[in-house]
Design a protein. Structure first.
Length: 322
């Protein structure tokens, strides 16, 4: 098994509530304070005048929050800007933002569609594109080099729609990818040529790597190969260029090579003693080339820890996760 060592307990970080993760750390917003846990586990606080808002995205020194009926763009050292878009997801793309907004609400409050909206660097709405999805809870991941993103629209039992969105001049080009699947996106490779596809909860058996921009599946990893009885969970991503991080549901993080040709569970020395008998792993978040955060639940209590992988996969391993 691959081994990891504990770096730090991340005091105050609740991985089950409204966090934004990515290379460089994890952000959360609560009681007017934006907190950033970096790759060393250090905490950096910043006050934001956005009472009752929900954090959607962070890029550099800019945070985007949902104010309910509007979207708040808060840059460090500047007054917050309010945009008349009721966004429920945001992705930094180029020098602007892609927002999603629910549309055509029925009498029970369920949306019949969503709009993908392009907001430029001057905080102006420049273009939008309608997507026919019902009751979706969208999220997105920015391409590391292009003015593009993957936007995911999960619809519960109705599956999910995955859209590749490109900003071309002031227009949006939207293409559905993997239409026969129900993909959950784990992130882009650092060079942007591939992306990680995690399985939808209804069929948790297979994780995959797809090529960008075609969406063609180029590699797969089956949970049965590692004897994972509950399959893969919904969280994970790239750990640098050479590896991806997966989660065996309620069991253990898994390290795989970027082409999924080799994979092994990650041993967490002392985990059971630290976490307690009733704790189970609910999330994994890559935050650096070798570092990741584990979110865990113990009863109704959530906690988070920062870990670092020692070494990599030296040989092909097929092991039972216990």
């Amino acid at each position: 098994m691959v081994a990891a060592r504990l770096i730090r307990h991340l005091t105050g970080l609740d991985p089950s509530r409204g966090i934004v993760s990515g290379p460089g750390g994890i952000h959360a917003f609560e009681d007017g304070v934006l907190r950033h846990w970096d790759t060393r586990g250090d905490v950096h606080d910043r006050n934001l005048d956005a009472p009752g808002a929900r954090l959607l995205a962070v890029h550099g020194d800019t945070a985007v929050l949902s104010g309910g009926v509007d979207t708040i763009i808060a840059r460090a050292g500047a007054a917050p800007v309010h945009i008349p878009v009721g966004a429920d997801a945001a992705v930094a793309v180029g020098d602007g933002w892609l927002l999603t907004e629910p549309r055509d609400l029925d009498e029970t409050g369920w949306s019949q569609s969503h709009a993908i909206i392009w907001v430029d660097a001057a905080d102006r709405v420049r273009a939008e594109h309608a997507v026919d999805v019902f009751g979706a809870r969208p999220s997105g991941i920015a391409h590391p080099a292009e003015r593009a993103a993957l936007m995911e629209f999960p619809m519960g039992q109705d599956g999910t729609l995955l859209a590749a969105v490109r900003v071309v001049s002031d227009n949006l080009e939207v293409t559905e990818l993997l239409p026969a699947e129900d993909p959950v996106i784990g992130g882009f490779s650092p060079d942007g040529t591939r992306f990680l596809v995690l399985p939808y909860p209804s069929d948790p058996e297979t994780a995959a790597i797809a090529s960008w921009p075609s969406g063609e599946i180029v590699a797969t990893l089956n949970a049965s190969d590692l004897e994972l009885p509950q399959g893969f969970d919904l969280t994970g991503g790239y750990l640098g260029a050479g590896h991806v991080l997966l989660l065996a549901t309620e069991a253990s993080p898994v390290l795989a090579t970027a082409d999924l040709s080799e994979a092994a569970p990650i041993e967490l020395p002392g985990w059971e003693e630290r976490a307690g008998d009733d704790a189970w792993i609910s999330h994994v978040f890559p935050v650096g080339d070798h570092t990741f955060v584990i979110g865990a639940m113990e009863g109704r209590e959530a906690h988070a820890t920062l870990w670092q992988i020692d070494g990599g996969i030296s040989r092909r391993e097929r092991a039972v996760v216990r």
